[in-house]
Ligand binder design. Structure first.
Ligand code: GAL
Length: 475
């Protein structure tokens, strides 16, 4: 892996050895460099900027927008607060939340214009966009305030500039239910008109737009907070015309990422489009990392995304090579809890059972291996402890599930079978007891075995036996 440049899902450092905090990033070419702008929530929130020629060595430039940036109102009504004061007079020490900053260069005004998502630092109810500008790509941006575009809520967002220089701002409106597309004014400073509502009522987030051979593509995620979900894309010959239905992109968790940008790499022979995703860590935002993967196109409209542990970008050729390691195991998400099957380790007594816990990419507790045995039956081995998931005791105790060292004579208690459900989900049925792994309703975090729920009635809420099994990619 030495020669490979970019290790996906790992923590990346800049040329000074400091960790790169530039989440929800936006990228811009300027004078031979690729500039990366992103959220930095370490301490007082800000937008950080670094640059690179090879996508591996990132030189930190500066925090281009901070809570102390100079402010200048523009001709439309904006709120200039960067350290919003709550009704009771308190001010959050970290200031406003700034998310998903994106920057475009405006040829007419010679200004770099940043659009972003703004919240007050206490809750997510204001749902505004905000604008800042600068005369240089990585100088001190002047903050022009936040507002609700044409009065709408505006959360996850992106910018896209078409070949004719017309720029568009896209953002999630109506409490994320609809995705709006707005055409910007010539100076990119304000909204001119709403030109499209995409997938109304479908709760799409994390938009990223690209254009290839005259076709527009829009990448987006579903709306599940910091938890990854199945990404999707759509295409259209006209930005404001009819878009295709949403088509799946990547695996059921988009390889544990959420889109933030598509960066074109202009090679000698072809242009490669790099998917840029955030791997948010819901247990600790500061452990979040990044994933860069080349998008693959077939035919005029089909796009696909495969995992690669590492990508190597050669700027001289404009070529991107990928490398992938062997199987790194799986995670199992219980879909009723939206939490992950993990061992419970008691400091005094050691391993004492299984439960579900919040997704954490750094935790070893949530990693499992499968060992195929026969006829679709497999064992589930907890990677770090080497213990197996098994039905406890004999049939009479079939409600209990345990973690144990493998015991030949109770072989079938260690065997599991997947019972396929809709949308890539499954139940895990034990071969000895014929009962399924189930989230215990009382505490919502321990697990037991109970009769297969059969066709689940969604009126009862989410199926406590439904699991999403996803491979571990990177880190
Ligand atoms: C995600 C969104 C992120 C951030 C997060 C906060 O769904 O894409 O940008 O807003 O929610 O929970």
């Amino acid at each position: 892996m030495e020669s490979a440049a970019i290790l996906n899902g790992m923590r990346w450092t800049d040329t000074e050895g400091r960790e790169i905090h530039a989440h929800g990033g936006g990228f811009l070419y300027d004078n031979e460099y690729i500039y990366w702008f992103g959220e930095n929530r370490t301490g007082r929130r800000r937008v950080s900027c670094c640059r690179s020629k090879n996508l591996k060595e990132w030189e930190f430039r500066r925090d281009v927008l901070t809570l102390d940036s100079s402010v200048k109102p523009v001709y439309y009504r904006t709120n200039l607060e960067l350290e919003p004061v709550a009704a009771d007079g308190t001010v959050s020490s970290q200031g406003a939340v700034i998310e998903r900053p994106k920057v475009l260069y405006n040829e007419k005004t010679g200004k770099y214009v940043m659009w972003m998502h703004w919240e007050n630092g206490r809750d997510y109810h204001d749902a505004r966009c905000a604008v800042a500008t600068c005369d240089t790509v990585d100088g001190d941006y002047v903050y022009h305030g936040s507002f609700n575009p044409i009065g709408y809520m505006s959360r996850d967002c992106t910018l896209f500039c078409d070949d004719d220089g017309t720029a568009y701002f896209l953002s999630a409106a109506r409490d994320n239910a609809d995705l709006h597309m707005y055409r910007l004014s010539e100076d990119y400073m304000s909204i001119e008109e709403q030109v499209k509502t995409l997938w109304p009522g479908q709760y799409r987030e994390a938009p990223a737009v690209m254009k290839r051979n005259g076709m527009y593509y829009l990448l987006t995620s579903a709306c599940t907070g910091w938890l990854p979900n199945q990404g999707a894309y759509a295409y259209s010959e006209s930005l404001t015309g009819r878009w295709s239905p949403l088509l799946p992109l990547g695996d059921g968790t988009t390889f544990d990422t959420q889109p933030t940008f598509v960066l074109p790499i202009y090679g000698k022979d072809e242009t490669i489009y790099l998917y840029i995703g955030d791997r948010w860590d819901p247990s600790d935002y500061h452990q979040s990392s990044y994933v860069f993967l080349p998008l693959v196109f077939s035919g005029k409209t089909e796009m696909s995304l495969s995992w690669a542990d590492a990508i190597d970008y050669d700027p001289a050729l404009g070529a991107v090579r990928t490398q992938t390691r062997e199987n790194l195991g799986i995670r199992l998400k219980n879909c009723a809890a939206d939490r992950f099957l993990a061992v419970r380790v008691d400091e005094k007594n050691g391993v004492s059972g299984v439960h579900v816990q919040d997704l954490s990419y750094t935790s070893q507790d949530q990693r499992w291996d499968t060992e195929d045995v026969r006829d679709g039956l497999f064992r589930l081995r907890h990677t770090a402890t080497g213990l197996y998931l098994a039905a406890a005791g004999g049939l009479e105790e079939h409600g209990q599930v345990s973690l144990a060292t493998f015991n030949d004579s109770r072989d079938s208690a260690y065997l599991w079978r997947k019972v396929e459900l809709e949308q890539g989900l499954c139940r895990l049925r034990n071969h000895l007891t014929e009962t399924c792994l189930t989230l215990t309703a009382d505490d919502g975090e321990s697990l037991h075995l109970s009769a297969d729920g059969g066709e689940w009635n969604p009126r009862k809420g989410r199926d406590p036996q439904a699991f999403l099994i996803s491979k571990i990619f990177g880190n």
